[in-house]
Design a protein around this ligand. Sequence first.
Ligand SMILES: Nc1ncnc2c1ncn2[C@@H]1O[C@H](COP(=O)(O)OP(=O)(O)O)[C@@H](O)[C@H]1O
Ligand SMILES: [Mg+2]
Length: 435
Amino acid sequence: MFTRSADSCPVLAYSQDEFGALLGRVLSPSHPLQSEEFLRGRAEQLSGIKKALYQPGRHVLIHGFRGVGKSSLAQTAAYSLSTQRDPILVGCDDKSRFGSVMKDIFDEAVNRDPNVDKKVRETAFGFAKLPIAGGVKNTTEERAIVAPTGVNEAVRLVQFLCEHYASNPVIVIDEFDQITSRDEQALFTNFIKQISDRHVSARFIFCGIGESVDAIMAAHGSADRYFHTVSLGQLPYEARFEIVTDAARRCGVQIDETSVVRIARISDGFPHYVHFITEMLFWRVYEADNGGVVTGDLFERAMSDAAEGMEMRLRGPYETATQKYTDYAEVLWAAADGHELRRRSSDIYDSYQRIMRDRDGSALNRAKFNQRINSLKKPAYASILTGSRAGWYEFTEKVVRGYVRLRAEQQNVILEVDHPAERSRVNGFLAAGLK
Ligand SMILES: Nc1ncnc2c1ncn2[C@@H]1O[C@H](COP(=O)(O)OP(=O)(O)O)[C@@H](O)[C@H]1O
Ligand SMILES: [Mg+2]
């Protein structure tokens, strides 16, 4: 795939265009992965999904926090199981309904193979209840006026796709959590039950954040019989290392252990940060004209590039929460310390004291600290934290923790200093040799 290997082509032998294109292939900060070649740390889940989908009548449900890698796992599994034709990938938004998703599936199949549309017309295969017209001109207007319901028709539609698109297509329905209506969720559950009971050979993979799983399961008592459920957590340390070291090898960049560990630690297991910081870093290395070596100085610059260039979705809450008063940044860094996503306020206060000691700053007393941490739950502070009555706190959007850690690290504040698993894994991985 790569015309030049790292050995024969150190970083500076590339033109800027070539280097940019190479980075675009080996790092993917902004789009889900579709190939096993780049999917790290998910071998077990991938194999579980494949095994589950060999079994007729079984489907998959992947859930986990935003940004952990659900879409990547779903799409990679879908591609590797799709032998005849590409899988069909559709996403949901807050306007999606059961019928509109079915229409999207149909449209996607037509996109990939226009013959599907021709077949519908030839066979005058009509869908009265789905927003799909058969045997007649298929205008947007026509589709819009038809009521988008009808589990039976949707089953017929998918059966049709099995006959004319691929005999056992893999269909990914992503961001299922966007569908919040109980009635609509129940239609999906019934649909899956019908697909399975009627031996329709299509295989579905749903992705969604946490609660959507409960919803799909609650809608039908026996729904879990039809689903292989994958609960996806943050990416393990080794996988974070591999993303960086593999990209370094392919780009001809020499990177030291400390930098790899720092990127892995900052990311908090949300791979976007690993890809994005590495991308910024490699550009700095490219531009430094120093033979392709990562240095401490380049790392600092790359962190600033990453902090400034981060998407608003990840950067915005931190900026809102810290812009009014200076104290708040340290409180947030403390909240992002450790590897647990939910932390007791007393533990956060311990982290806070440690951070302030390291910085030779004077710490707020506990009462003032409590007042600050409570403020961080308010909309004026972007509701960046969520707290329970019992004194547990968590980041409202978990993936934002990575940005907070990046900002802390920029100030030389090291978070998650003594996570035992990190120590042993880091040592094990690094002992295996960082090339
Ligand atoms: N296992 C993985 N190995 C390497 N990179 C990954 C992995 N999983 C996800 N990514 C990267 O992380 C980012 C977020 O992944 P995505 O699948 O979109 O997460 P989610 O769907 O859970 O929000 C993407 O840029 C993707 O390329
Ligand atoms: Mg996704």
